[in-house]
Design a protein around this ligand. Sequence first.
Ligand code: NAP
Length: 428
Amino acid sequence: MTMRLGVIGLGVVGSETLRTLKDHADIIEARSGQAVQVTEVSARDKLKDRGINLRDYVWRDDPLSLVASDDVDVVVELVGGEGGVALQIAEAALAAGKHLVTANKAMISRHGATLASLAENHNVTLAFEAAVAGGIPVLKALKEGLAGNRINRVSGILNGTCNYIVTEMFETGRSFADVLKEAQEMGYAEADPAFDIDGVDAAQKLSILAAIAFGGTPHFESVDTSGIRHVSDLDIRFAKELGYQIRLIGVAEKTPEGLMQRVSACMTPKSHPLARVDGVTNAVLIEGLPVGQSLLVGPGAGGGATASAVMGDIVDIAGGRGARGFGGAASTLKELSVTPVSARSGSYYIRVMVIDRPGVIAAMADVFGRNGVSIESLLQHGRQPEEAVPVVMTTHDTNEGTIRNVVTELSALATVAEPPILMRIESI
Ligand SMILES: NC(=O)c1ccc[n+]([C@@H]2O[C@H](COP(=O)([O-])OP(=O)(O)OC[C@H]3O[C@@H](n4cnc5c(N)ncnc54)[C@H](OP(=O)(O)O)[C@@H]3O)[C@@H](O)[C@H]2O)c1
């Protein structure tokens, strides 16, 4: 028997998937128990050189005609985008009773629950391992190896571009703009990097992880999201002095009231498992009972890492092991109530640019005192009378709503020259 694939989207991930499916045909057949063959492909431009011999496949200008073809059993969607043609492909494939494999985090984080129901109604598999952390099989780990655990928290470095930028800033002392430009030249960052550096990509992945970890529908809209644009070389210098790293971290955690999801640039103690993950590498830390902490590390993006995850899903389907996308049945996925980040309890880093004059520190200490926030450490370097100088404070555990009040009150002080920088300190 042969399982016939139709691959739509032949860009970075699609072309690597085609190449590897061909090169690894023997392994795939041995592991799944049947041959897997790409019969049809589709992309926008038939004439584009992709380094692949497209004569081996039927070409379809219209991706929906590929989906409808009698020579395709499984549709592999590698186009991307939250809606549009990708969603049309997904809906048409599942409704036609064809398994769907996709790497599309934007689509799954928004429409995953509906697509999972559609797949179940038609008794087929919706598989999207490649949508989160590429070469790290973390969805499989949550759905299979760790399935018996009660998960408390999933956190991770989910965007290689951001991790590359903050790692380079930390190691070389260069500015954000400088390192971003280099990342673009090296192909680690897109020409329009907003999606990555503003935390959106990480938030999409986090919402998928959280849905699987906590048995809910993915809730991208409720991820409190910020990125790394505001990370300055000054904060990097203070982080070093305080013994922290700076990382863009996504955290999804169970609270008594529901689920809290956040993505932000954080200070992390150097002993934190995620602080040691450098460069474009991704990592996911799963905390649950009885396992304790389980850390998975690996390449999160790029053609090879993502194709690896796509092929894992294909082998599962060919071997008759296609699992449900979110682990549990779609009908059991709950609408988890949202716990706002204002309820977070933890410590914080605050940098304030203040006009250097007597009484300034006392005025700031008064704001902290009145809000009941206790300062753990205070750093001020250099003296420049009547000039703005940085003062950095870290706090003991407090509540995020309270620390935001503190920041608002600090901003209103006449001696504070610009809006303070607030960063969460994420510890274990
Ligand atoms: N790149 C990564 O490292 C990575 C990692 C994880 C997940 N992903 C996900 O993988 C998916 C693909 O990403 P990618 O980086 O491979 O993107 P890409 O390089 O931009 O490739 C997109 C492909 O889709 C084709 N396409 C666009 N519109 C189409 C349409 N209307 N009909 C048919 N084909 C169409 C394009 O055709 P042409 O080539 O003819 O223009 C291109 O081949 C996305 O969901 C992305 O989020 C990517």
